[in-house]
Every structure is written in structure tokens, then in C-alpha cells.
Design a protein around this ligand. Structure first.
Ligand code: ADP
Ligand code: MG
Length: 665
């Protein structure tokens, strides 16, 4: 019988082959399917006349093909293009990598198509539309349909079907919340909630489901935190930290002076580390405030007193960047820095493991690879997580547990109100870097529509001829790796045609091989390319001070916090930088949102405005990217639920829950 702990291969229609693909989504068991929540919902919407299609909108049209669909090959990209019409007019449609459509689409036949309209060189074009049968359309017209994160070889339909079988296995045993808490906070049962989050009957039931699941997510998080806090409380250590000669030398040798805020954070860290107790500290500072050097100082301090240190970061590209920086700054002191990432060859990894285990590595920098089973540390004294909101509590904890009573430092750019910080980071002391390095010129912003694209390109050419570099964040067609890659490739291809020939352009996207990503980032960092066209993979942490222009296509489709992070990639040097927010939509709501960014470079202000603009109860797509590693919850939008949970957790006995919440006492 299928149970929540069954392997997914026991589900009808999933064999070994498909299971392997599911593993890319971290789905192995039935329970993983239950918690693979939709990233958003779709509704087919009304069919509109072609003449009313507007750029940037997702539209449903009922049209017939004019002539045949043509198949074009651009590089290794296969594009099917066609013109279609209804009684009101004519429009273009294109599909990527579905060459068979050129044969199967019949001239003269009517199709219902649904996709996003974009302005292309040939005119208004509906890109990558779904082809919907009439019957399907009328059956589901007003239903909310789940849209899942996918991976190559698995369709949304595959997942929907597998999920609906899995849901039958959810029973009362999976409900970790006691009845009195459910009643007090008006929460539906777990079974009801997961059913409704996947297949909502109405907006109302979706809202209830989400509330329950967000509550649960915070609940697990806070229980883990409380448990950690009890464990850490005044843990004394006998490691001795005295010398900081090298650290002083390093600060003296920097080409700049630390800001007062950096000095204060560094002093607090030094005091903690030499106090005889375990440090558990967060350094919070807006993007560009200079957190990295503070982390490097802590690593050096730890090393010069004879202990190993490790720094974990969320992306491979960032790991390489930090590694390069550490090597540059610390090798003159005779410090050995080792890189450890998932994309390294087996041999490289073995070498790294060896030097980490033997203690010849003083500092280890890497991604999640740092917490794989094979890694054995030697005399670990300090662990740091950079961009900590990208990690779960348990990952942070895992790294700390690799040593005995390790000092822990976490770095974050997420601006959160103090009251929330106390709940979320209640287990930590805080250092705040609340000023920018001197001499920084604030980034100049502008919000424009797509008709300015060519002007923007001219502007970039001028900047590049002055020796500067440019980032372009590519439009997200769909949050699907394959399509995202194609849109970056296509964009880059078009860009090359618009720009003068001597400008060097590279493209970067998530599904590329890591080694390839690293090469491209290094090329950009070393100014061997002028423009980097990228998806949001470059969002966190990347530091190329010579880049002065950031242009974000379709910026109306990103969250404000994420846009602020993206903008943080420029304005890192001493030249004037610019951020161009290109909006595909002229609606008042999206313009108002972008205006917030236009008028402020302050992450804290932006976060609070974002909250106001979203308004209570608004279901802003399910997942807001960029904020802590929660699946559903959003610390701003769900601040009220967070407070409820904080209160609820105070009323329970932690021992009863630590196991079901994934924490250990
Ligand atoms: P973030 O806080 O976003 O991690 P980084 O640590 O990447 O910021 O720092 C951004 C840039 O500022 C880097 O190029 C770094 O060398 C530089 N920087 C850091 N501190 C100072 C300072 N006190 N004065 C001038 N430049 C600094
Ligand atoms: Mg950083």
C-alpha cells in the first residue's frame, strides 16, 4: 500500500527512470511530493481578441494559423514561428525547441493559445504559448491550477498527477500541531491544507491552506531555533584567542580604511572569539556595505591563533569569488586557502578532503559541498555562512556541528525590522553595518518602458567605451531552467546584432555547468568581457566594482527585495553607476512599485514600502524570492503569523516537538 514514506517508484506511472529525474527536484518519497508546493497558480482567463493583446500580459487567444508555421535554426536553437489571426487582427507566435510543431500545426485550424506577449523585432509576439484543447479550456476556465517547479523530462501534468495520488496518503498522523493550537489560531488540519494548496477549490480555501502551512513552517523553524539556543547557551570553550598581529597588518595594508561600522562589527567579533565562550553572531549590512572583509578578518584571526575556519556560501560563483579574494589577501601571510565545491572533479575533491582532514588547509571556502558526509575537518574553530538567508537553519547547524563548540558567524543583507529580527534570530547576537564605505556615489536609477531599449543600448556603448562594464538581467519568460536558458541565449544573440562589433558579450544562466559559469564570471571580473547577460544567478554577493550599469529587463516581474539585491551589483567602485529598470508593463501598480526603487537606495526603506504596497491579504504569487529560506512563508507579508507562532511556541514544551520539527536536543 502506498504510504507517506513509500518511494515514489510505487506511484502509478513513475518508474526508475522518471524517479531519477524527480531526484533533481529533491523528490524521493511520497512525502516530498506532498510538500512540493506549487510555485504559483494559473487560471486560463477569458479569451480576448488579438487586437487587445498588450505587451507584457499573459493572454489567451483563439486563433487560426495563416499559412504554415516556419522552423528556423538560430545557433542550436530551434524556433517555430507562425502568424495567427482571429476576426480582430493578426499576431505572431513563437515556440522554442518544439520543432515538431512546424509539422503538426495545421493552417486554417482554430487553436486556443495562452502565453505572454512580448515586443519583438517582427512585432507583438506571443511566446511559448500553451496549446489548449477546447474541452480542457471550458472545464478549467475558472479553476486555479497549480504550476510547479520543473526539471527536464518532467511536465507540470506529471507532477499534478503524482501529487494527487500522494495526497491520499496524508492523514492525521502527519499533523504536528495539537488541536488546542489549531483551534486557538483558527487553523485547518494538515490534510485539508495540503489538499487545498495543491488543488484549491477557491481563493478562500487557498488562503486558509496557506495560513496553516506558513504557520507550520514558522513553527518548525522557531522550535529548531529555540532548541539551538538552549544548546548554545553560554557554552564555554578552552580555545585561546590572543594574537591579532596579522589582522592588524591586514587592515593596515588595505587600500581603504574600514568604516566605523565595520570596525565596530570586527571588534565585537574579536571580543566574542576571545571571550572563552562560543560566539553566535550575525552581521547584518545592506548590499555593498563591506561584509566580506569583516568575515575575512575573522577567518584570519581564527587562523593565526591556530584553528581551521570554514565559510559556506550559497552559489558556486560566489564561492570562487570569495576564494580568489581570500587567496589574494591572505596568502601573503602564509595562510593556505582551499576551495571545495560540487563541480570539482573527484580528484580535486579528494585532494581538498585530504588537506582539510590533515589540517594543512587553514581556511576552507565552498558551497553546500562543505557539509557533505565525506568532509572531515581538523581543529575547526570558526564557521561562517554568507548570505545566510539562502540556507535553512539545519544547514547552518550542520556546519557548526562539524567542529566542537565552534564559533559561528552568519552574514546577511536582508533588512528586517527589529521586532522580527528578535524572533527570527533570537538565538544570535547582532552586529549591524549601517553605513556605506566613504566615497561611494549613490546609484542613479531610472524606470523606463521598452521603447527606451535602444537608447539604453547606446548609453551602454558609451559607458563601455569609457572602460566600464555592464550587466543585463534577462527577461524571465517562465521560471523553467530550459526556457530561461533559451531566452538568455536569444537575447544575447539579438544584442550582438544591435551592439557595435568590438563589444564582448557573454551569457550566463542557471542550468549551465558550474565550471562554465565560473569561467564566465572570472572573464567578466577580469574585464575580458564588457557585457554580461544573465538570469538572476548573479543576484547574490557578486562583486565586480568595474561594472557601472545594471539593466533589468521585465523588472516589473521581480520582487522589490530581489531588485534591490540586483542593483547592489553596481555602485561598488568609485565611479557613478546606473540602474535601468525596464518595465514591460505600464500599469500603475507596477510603476508605483518600481518608483520605490527609483527613489531610494536603502534596503530597509524598500522592504517596508514593499510590504505596504503589497497590502494585507494579497496573495503575491506564492513564493517571494530573496527572503530567508522559507518554502511558503514571507517574513514581511506573514509577520502577523510569525508573531502568533512565537507566542504559540512559548506555550509548548520543546521536548515534545523537537523531533517532529527536525531538531535534536
Ligand atoms: P557586501 O556587504 O555586499 O558583501 P562586499 O563585502 O562585497 O559587500 O564589499 C563591496 C565592495 O566594497 C568590495 O569591492 C570591497 O572591497 C569594498 N569595500 C569594503 N569595505 C570598504 C571600505 N571600508 N572602503 C572602501 N571600500 C570598501
Ligand atoms: Mg556579500
Amino acid at each position: 500500500m502506498l504510504t507517506i514514506d513509500s518511494s515514489i517508484t510505487e506511484i502509478k506511472g513513475i518508474g526508475e527512470k522518471l524517479a531519477e529525474k524527480y531526484s533533481k527536484l529533491n523528490i524521493y518519497k511520497v512525502r516530498d511530493l506532498v510538500t512540493h508546493f506549487p510555485k504559483r497558480y494559473d487560471r486560463y482567463g477569458e479569451i480576448i481578441p488579438v487586437s487587445e493583446v498588450k505587451e507584457g500580459d499573459v493572454v489567451t487567444i483563439e486563433v487560426s494559423l495563416i499559412g504554415r508555421a516556419a522552423l528556423r535554426n538560430i545557433k542550436n536553437l530551434k524556433i517555430v514561428a507562425a502568424s495567427v489571426r482571429d476576426a480582430s487582427g493578426v499576431i505572431h507566435v513563437t515556440w522554442f525547441n518544439m520543432p515538431f510543431l512546424a509539422r503538426t500545426l495545421k493552417p486554417g485550424t482554430y487553436y486556443i493559445l495562452r502565453g505572454r506577449a512580448a515586443r519583438k523585432y517582427s512585432g507583438l509576439t506571443v511566446e511559448q504559448p500553451q496549446i489548449i484543447s477546447k474541452q480542457e479550456y471550458f472545464n478549467k476556465k475558472n479553476k486555479l491550477m497549480p504550476v510547479y517547479s520543473l526539471t527536464a523530462g518532467i511536465t507540470n501534468n506529471n507532477i499534478s498527477k503524482a501529487v494527487s495520488q500522494s495526497l491520499a496518503c496524508v492523514g492525521r498522523e502527519q499533523d504536528i500541531l495539537p488541536a488546542y493550537i489549531r483551534k486557538k489560531y483558527n487553523l485547518v488540519s494538515y490534510a485539508k491544507a495540503v489538499n487545498a494548496i495543491h488543488f484549491p477549490e477557491s481563493d478562500e480555501s487557498l488562503k486558509e491552506a496557506r495560513k496553516r502551512l506558513v504557520f507550520e513552517e514558522f513553527f518548525r523553524f522557531i522550535v529548531s531555533l529555540r532548541v539551538m539556543k538552549t544548546e548554545n547557551k553560554k557554552n564555554s570553550i578552552d580555545r585561546i584567542y590572543k594574537s591579532c598581529r596579522m589582522c592588524d597588518k591586514l587592515t593596515d595594508s588595505l587600500p581603504y580604511k574600514l568604516t566605523d561600522a565595520q570596525k565596530k562589527a570586527w571588534l565585537e567579533i574579536k571580543n566574542d572569539m576571545s571571550s572563552g565562550y562560543v560566539m553566535n553572531r550575525m552581521v547584518q549590512g545592506d548590499v555593498g556595505s563591506g561584509k566580506t572583509i569583516v568575515a575575512i578578518l575573522a577567518l584570519l584571526y581564527n587562523c593565526e591563533n591556530g584553528y581551521q575556519g570554514a565559510m559556506m556560501v550559497p552559489t558556486e560563483v560566489l564561492a570562487v569569488q570569495h576564494y580568489d579574494e581570500c587567496v589574494r589577501l591572505l596568502e601573503p601571510f602564509g595562510v593556505t586557502v582551499v576551495l571545495l565545491t560540487g563541480s570539482m572533479t573527484a580528484k580535486q575533491k579528494r585532494n581538498a578532503y585530504e588537506s582539510i582532514g590533515a589540517g594543512s588547509a587553514d581556511i576552507v571556502i565552498g558551497t553546500h559541498a562543505l557539509i557533505q558526509d565525506g568532509v572531515k575537518y581538523n581543529n575547526l574553530g570558526l564557521v561562517i555562512t554568507d548570505e545566510q538567508h539562502r540556507f535553512g537553519v539545519n544547514q547552518r547547524k550542520n556546519l557548526s556541528e562539524r567542529g566542537v563548540r565552534c564559533h559561528t558567524l552568519v552574514m546577511s543583507a536582508t533588512p528586517i525590522p527589529r521586532s522580527l529580527a528578535l524572533i527570527l534570530y533570537g538565538d544570535m547576537d547582532m552586529s549591524v553595518i549601517d553605513m556605506m564605505p566613504a566615497g561611494r556615489i549613490p546609484v542613479k536609477n531610472c524606470v523606463v518602458d521598452t521603447s527606451y531599449r535602444n537608447t539604453a543600448y547606446k548609453f551602454m556603448e558609451k559607458q563601455i567605451s569609457d572602460g566600464n562594464q555592464v550587466y543585463i538581467i534577462c527577461p524571465m519568460v517562465e521560471q523553467n531552467d530550459d526556457i530561461e536558458a533559451e531566452s538568455v541565449i536569444e537575447y544575447t544573440h539579438n544584442l550582438r546584432e544591435c551592439m557595435s562589433g568590438n563589444i564582448r558579450i557573454d551569457a550566463l544562466y542557471g542550468s549551465m555547468k558550474n565550471s562554465e559559469k565560473n569561467d564566465i564570471m572570472r572573464r567578466f571580473a577580469e574585464h575580458r568581457t564588457d557585457i554580461l547577460v544573465s538570469t538572476t544567478v548573479i543576484e547574490v554577493g557578486i562583486n565586480v566594482p568595474n561594472a557601472t550599469v545594471m539593466m533589468i529587463e521585465n523588472s516589473d516581474r521581480f520582487g522589490l527585495a530581489q531588485l534591490h539585491q540586483l542593483r547592489g551589483r553596481v555602485g561598488r567602485g568609485n565611479r557613478q553607476s546606473y540602474c535601468i529598470f525596464m518595465s514591460g508593463s505600464n500599469s500603475k501598480v507596477s510603476m508605483d512599485r518600481l518608483k520605490v526603487l527609483n527613489n531610494s537606495n536603502d534596503g530597509f526603506h524598500i522592504a517596508s514600502e514593499d510590504l505596504k504596497l503589497r497590502g494585507p491579504g494579497e496573495l503575491a504569487g506564492i513564493r517571494q524570492s530573496g527572503e530567508l529560506a522559507f518554502e511558503l512563508a514571507d517574513i514581511y507579508e506573514d509577520a502577523d503569523i510569525l508573531k502568533m507562532v512565537d507566542e504559540a511556541v512559548k506555550s509548548i514544551d520543546l521536548n515534545d516537538y523537537s523531533e517532529s520539527c527536525g531538531a535534536t536536543l
